[in-house]
Design a protein around this ligand. Structure first.
Ligand code: NAD
Length: 426
């Protein structure tokens, strides 16, 4: 491969996985224009322990998760290198493979809504719940202004409180009035800012509605912050029409049976969570929301959707809530995350959300393609063999040799890896 870097900014890096780690770092650093400091923050060197201590409680160290880079992504005409933090083998390779197939059809097309998050204030013992919506509407402007007063930044950059809506739910203690405040959080994930706004509005809503606020907290079901990706994958890129047909058959099982739907969505989350984590975002908020979204019709359904167009090519569609930010939380506090965001080259949280859905589609496409053709184990076990070789104590060139013998022998297990290593060293 071209060792002079990626002059065209292309994410197409054939042979990237075969380069030594130092060379991969050099290439990515050159492509993204990383400083020496940012390059060091990729983990090549000591972890910044004192920063970690400030992030979470009772820290006694750092858990290292491999940070890889998925190649081949083209999103809305722009090539993107996608950093992924994951401990599972095949995830980075799978996303790169999926993106390569999509690339042959022109790449991903992605779009997103405005970054709207909501906070909910839930009130019990409201006098006349049926008129609550009208009473809130009458105070709309002053309630929004009061919420906006919580953030000097958001209104100044085009974000801030947008709207109010009211629902009444039947609770265990009678009717609960739920007031939702919609906030354009711009490039933040937004949990802290909307929580602050909810707490500020709660006393006003109590006196307005004559009830008692029992809850004032972010609505993690972020259905007003959606990103969508779509792609057409040429049948030729997948190995022919039989592969397309195979993908549609496995998808049919996922569409009609929750046992497969969960695995279908897990294959998507392999890639998505790895990017959410690498970008310092809240994996729990993202995942709980994604699974709730999968069940929005009342039944748990597969999120990535496959079809076949008139030419016989595979169509791929994915829509996900994307509660992620590029400011706030960990995103600016962690040096590795800062480097990751620079590699991604995203300027807004919306762009990050759009890349996330593309990664979800690519990850699932690769897994589905493997399932429909050679079976998932062949590629996975090849990568797994290298891991077993390293765990058995193989060093340098021994790793490839042990892995190759594990694969050719068909017994891809830890004891066999240890045996092979002993034989080699004899
Ligand atoms: P934050 O409060 O750290 O930062 C957001 C702030 O950044 C905004 O309030 C704004 O003042 C400022 N800002 C500067 N430039 C901005 C821009 N371009 N766009 C938007 N804001 C800009 O972070 P947050 O996003 O409000 O909260 C995210 C964190 O909250 C995550 O770490 C998450 O894990 C955590 N959290 C989550 C939950 C939950 O999901 N239930 C609850 C509590 C906390």
């Amino acid at each position: 491969m071209n060792n002079e870097g990626t002059p065209s900014g292309s994410s197409r890096l054939p042979g990237f996985h075969r380069l030594p780690m130092a060379e991969r770092v050099r290439l990515v650093a050159q492509s993204a224009g990383l400083t020496d400091e940012e390059r060091a923050a990729l983990g090549v060197g000591r972890p910044p322990l004192e920063e970690v201590d400030a992030l979470s409680e009772n820290a006694i160290g750092v858990l290292g998760i491999p940070l890889g880079v998925a190649t081949n992504f083209r999103v809305n005409g722009r090539d993107v290198l996608v950093p992924m933090a994951t401990e599972e083998s095949s995830v980075v390779a799978g996303a790169s493979h999926g993106a390569k197939m999509v690339r042959e059809g022109g790449g991903f097309r992605a779009e997103s809504t405005d970054p709207l998050m909501e906070v909910q204030v839930c009130l019990d013992d409201v006098a006349d719940p049926a008129s609550a919506a009208a009473r809130v509407e009458a105070e709309r402007a002053s309630l929004l202004a009061e919420a906006d007063a919580c953030s000097r930044t958001l209104p100044a950059i085009g974000g801030g409180a947008r709207d109010l809506r009211v629902r009444v739910i039947d609770g265990d203690f009678g009717p609960t009035v739920v007031v939702h405040l919609g906030v354009d959080v711009r490039d933040a994930m937004g949990a802290n800012v909307v929580n602050t706004m909810g707490e500020r509005l709660a006393p006003r809503l109590e006196s307005l509605l004559g009830g008692r606020a029992v809850l004032r907290v972010i609505d993690n079901y972020a259905v007003r912050r959606i990103a969508r990706a779509r792609a057409t994958v040429p049948a030729s890129a997948m190995g022919g029409p039989e592969a397309v047909a195979g993908v549609l058959r496995t998808f049919s099982v996922a569409r009609h049976d929750v046992h497969r739907a969960v695995g279908h969505n897990k294959g998507m989350m392999n890639g998505v969570t790895a990017v959410v984590l690498a970008t310092g975002n809240d994996t729990r908020a993202f995942e709980s929301c994604a699974h709730a979204y999968a069940a929005r019709t009342g039944a748990y359904r597969p999120l990535p959707v496959w079809g076949r167009d008139a030419k016989g090519d595979l169509t791929a569609d994915l829509e996900l809530p994307v509660p992620v930010g590029i400011v706030g939380g960990l995103t600016r506090a962690h040096p590795t995350v800062r480097a990751v965001l620079k590699i991604l080259g995203v300027k807004t949280a919306r762009e990050l959300g759009e890349i996330l859905v593309c990664v979800g589609l690519a990850s699932k496409l690769a897994a589905e393609h493997a399932l429909a053709t050679a079976g998932i184990q062949r590629g996975h076990m090849r990568l797994h063999a290298s891991k077993l070789a390293a765990l058995a104590g193989a060093q340098g060139a021994e790793i490839a040799e042990v892995a190759a013998r594990l694969v050719s022998g068909g017994d891809i297990t830890a004891p066999r890896a240890a045996d092979i290593l002993r034989e080699i060293r004899k």
